[in-house]
Design a protein. Sequence first.
Length: 76
Amino acid sequence: MSRVIQYKINPNKLLLSKWTAVKPHNKEKHFLVNCLIKNEEQIVVACVLEAVINHQEYEIDWRLLKEPSVWLLGWQ
């Protein structure tokens, strides 16, 4: 039985981390976390990813970065 292993990520250390999309869209493959979004209790709830190629920004739930079928840690 195969099991997909998720990355262990500390959400407070995501800022300026680099990510690679497994399935690039619009030639956007490499991303940089340029902002963390926190709630009233200062808990990270989302992050803003910036595409390196065109500086387009996307707000996503930071937990999506734990899925290795969608995101790879670093620029690959």
